[in-house]
Design a binder for this molecule. Structure first.
Ligand SMILES: Cc1cc2nc3c(=O)[nH]c(=O)nc-3n(C[C@H](O)[C@H](O)[C@H](O)COP(=O)(O)OP(=O)(O)OC[C@H]3O[C@@H](n4cnc5c(N)ncnc54)[C@H](O)[C@@H]3O)c2cc1C
Length: 411
């Protein structure tokens, strides 16, 4: 008889649980969207892609950006191992890197990595075409004025209207609104201008990407060129600096012109496109949680690597991890943590660049000269173990790095 009562109790208990679960679901339905992506640039669209590819194809997703994101407003380059969803739309991949400076000319086979170039215009179109196949994905062009938590989710205010979501992913980002407390943190800018050039005759070796070419006056701060050819007659030539201050606009043009003429020996070329920007390089922490239901992503969520300015692949890994967390736990916050020593390495490298910009050419060429490319990339991707890290650190100019390390510890 006891067993019968126990069974009845279990049945009633299950019915109650189902009823309460149903109420909880009804509550969840009270929000307008499952996911709101505030910001539909690199991070927003990467996450949207991974959500719909990762099992949330039928979720109600809203993406809000004040720009339509159709133009080629940036060119992404990144090293990568294995396949990515964007290989088919990449403009070019290179298996060899060339690094020139400090009296050396290094030609480095990259396998198992490759260096890849992706135009943002192609990325935006590719992702939006995929999103257009999903029944409940909406894209809104509007300025977001507020992002805030609510009891059962979070909401954004855009174009004078509130949109409620179960989770909000905030990647709203503008460099001009960004402030670093320089009394506590190191703050550099990665600023550059790139020009796409077209020549009337074959010139470039399309198998090799020039990643660091230091053959330009350094003036005590790190300055170098990228030359990334995608055809024998066409390449992106980019003048990049890691320094606290930007240059007057015509100074970038002057240096680019000088490099193309004097160093590459090209006299006749046409500029077909231009891009320029500032990427933050700072060890000031970026808070990932924007609230109980708000996760910050992309630059706003600290996905730009402080010591390199690279972010594209980090945004892909982050998006994958967010989707995995949602599936595993029902929330997006169970994300892998970067081993703390990597933040220290970033700080030390930033300190070296701030104190001894005159040594940057020597430091970077030496890194690539004395380490296998795999070790370098694993380090920059924050994958290497402590022993591997120590091997790499043993190749740096020790007194300079010790001094910088001491300043980091004291600060
Ligand atoms: C020109 C350029 C070249 C780069 N090259 C590389 C590279 O080669 N490799 C690499 O790894 N990284 C590169 N980066 C760094 C990084 O990968 C990119 O900046 C990337 O786009 C960062 O993604 P995000 O979503 O954080 O920022 P964004 O892509 O800039 O997206 C932020 C979005 O927020 C929107 N927004 C801001 N405020 C509001 C508001 N109030 N309301 C509505 N919308 C708003 C903006 O319109 C924008 O679309 C480059 C960056 C730039 C700018």
């Amino acid at each position: 008889m006891n067993a019968v009562w126990a069974r009845c109790f279990l049945v009633v208990k299950r019915m109650c649980e189902r009823y309460i679960g149903g109420m909880a679901q009804t509550e969840a339905v009270a929000v307008d969207y499952d996911f709101i992506l505030a910001g539909g640039g690199g991070a927003g669209l990467s996450l949207a892609w991974h959500l719909v590819e990762g099992g949330f194809e039928n979720s109600r997703i809203l993406i809000v950006d004040e720009e339509e994101k159709r133009l080629n407003d940036r060119t992404w380059c990144y090293w990568v191992r294995g396949d990515t969803p964007f290989d088919g739309i990449a403009r070019r991949s290179w298996d060899t890197l060339q690094i020139t400076g400090d009296g050396k000319d290094l030609v480095l086979p990259l396998a198992p990595y490759r260096y890849q170039m992706l135009r943002s215009e192609d990325f935006y179109r590719f992702v939006k075409e995929r999103l257009a196949t999903c029944p409940h994905v909406e894209i809104l062009t509007a300025s977001v004025d507020q992002v805030r938590d609510t009891d059962d989710g979070a909401e954004i205010v855009a174009g004078g209207r509130a949109y409620r979501g179960r989770w909000v992913f905030d990647s709203l980002w503008k460099y001009q609104d960004f402030v670093v407390d320089e009394s506590k943190y190191r703050n550099l800018k990665q600023h550059f201008k790139g020009v796409e050039i077209r020549l009337a005759r074959d010139f470039f070796n399309v198998d090799v990407a020039r990643m660091f070419d230091f053959r330009t006056p350094q003036h005590d701060v790190m300055r170098f060129f990228y030359v990334l050819p995608w055809s024998p007659r066409e390449a992106l030539v980019e003048y990049t600096l890691f320094s606290p201050d930007t240059l007057p606009p015509d100074e970038y043009d002057r240096r680019i012109h000088d490099y193309i003429h004097r160093v590459l020996g090209i006299t006749d070329y046409e500029i077909t496109a231009e891009e320029s920007c500032i990427i933050p390089m700072t060890d000031q922490p970026f808070e990932r949680r924007g609230g109980r239901h708000i996760l910050r992503t992309g630059t706003r969520g600290g996905r730009v690597k402080a010591s390199t300015g690279y972010a594209f692949m980090r945004m892909q890994w982050d998006s994958e991890a967010i989707v995995a967390s949602l599936k595993r736990t029902g929330h997006p916050f169970d994300l892998p943590r970067t081993p703390p020593r990597y933040f220290r390495f970033d700080s030390i490298l930033l300190q070296v660049l701030l104190d001894r910009g005159d040594l940057a050419e020597h430091v970077f060429v030496r890194f690539f000269d004395r380490n296998p490319v795999t070790r370098m990339f694993r380090f920059l991707d924050e994958e290497g173990g402590i022993r591997e890290n120590l091997k790499l650190m043993s190749t740096v100019p020790i007194p300079t790095f010790l001094k910088a390390g001491w300043r980091v510890i004291r600060s």
